[in-house]
Design a protein around this ligand. Structure first.
Ligand code: C5P
Length: 228
């Protein structure tokens, strides 16, 4: 909305899973739905920001007023993120595959006789860490997500330091999270916001509500830094 708290800001959001090709018909993926990332893009647009949403393959409509850059693999996602910079804020909500096939077979792999095909893996670039560690053109606020199944806050604090980001939004994706149906693919989330000042637990809420609250916090933080 014009006149919203993020008017004049460019917000970059990554969302969804990545698909890492094995051969022309097969890929490695994960269960990310993109719901939280898309909700963030939508909330940022409602707050008046110009929004670029770099999204892996998802079954979600493009949020109104948002520029979507569809990608498949982690390497495509990094390239699209770099092409979308500069941004005031970058929120990395995508569930990027940690590994990809070391080489992509040019033709469909055949089931011809006994031997199983080898599947060697190699590490993907860490998009969040790459952007957070940039010296030139780093967004003022770089925010990562952490999906953990145990010791959520401690692991998230360590991740914040390691990745070089400003904030981490940590959630418990274990079956014990207390979120009916689970966090991944579900409509609800219960998060901890980890900043340089420590951590705060937010109440369980819909992904849309978590997005609204995070966008409000972002607007407040940018406003504070401006008047320093
Ligand atoms: O290390 P981990 O995957 O738990 O970190 C999660 C955070 O890092 C998320 O914000 C995710 O979007 C980001 N990430 C990334 N590129 C990767 C792996 C994770 O941007 N290759």
């Amino acid at each position: 909305a014009a006149g919203g708290p993020l008017t004049g800001r460019h917000v970059l959001v990554t969302s969804g899973p990545t698909h890492e090709p094995i051969d022309p018909v097969r890929y490695i993926a994960n269960r990310s739905s993109g719901k939280q990332g898309h909700a963030l893009a939508s909330a940022a647009a409602r707050a008046g920001a110009r929004v670029t949403l770099v999204s892996g393959p998802v079954n979600l409509p493009a949020p109104p007023g948002v520029t979507v850059r569809p990608v498949e693999s982690a390497r495509d996602m990094l390239a699209a993120v770099e092409a979308a910079l500069p941004a005031d804020v970058a929120i990395f909500a995508a569930a990027v595959a940690d590994w990809r096939a070391a080489s992509e077979a040019p033709e469909k792999m055949k089931k011809d006789g006994g031997a199983l095909p080898p599947l060697a893996l190699t590490e993907n670039p860490d998009i969040l860490a790459t952007i957070a560690h940039r010296t030139a053109g780093r967004p003022r606020l770089v925010i990562g997500f952490a999906a953990e199944t145990q010791n959520v806050v401690a692991y998230a604090q360590a991740k914040r330091a390691r990745k070089g980001c400003d904030w981490i939004v940590a959630n418990d994706v274990s079956a014990q999270s207390g979120i009916p149906g689970g966090v991944m693919g579900g409509d609800s989330n219960q998060v901890h916001l980890i900043t340089a000042d420590g951590g705060e637990a937010w109440p369980p809420a819909s992904k849309a509500e978590v997005a609204e609250r995070l966008i409000a916090r972002i607007a407040a933080a940018l406003g504070e830094r401006e008047s320093e």
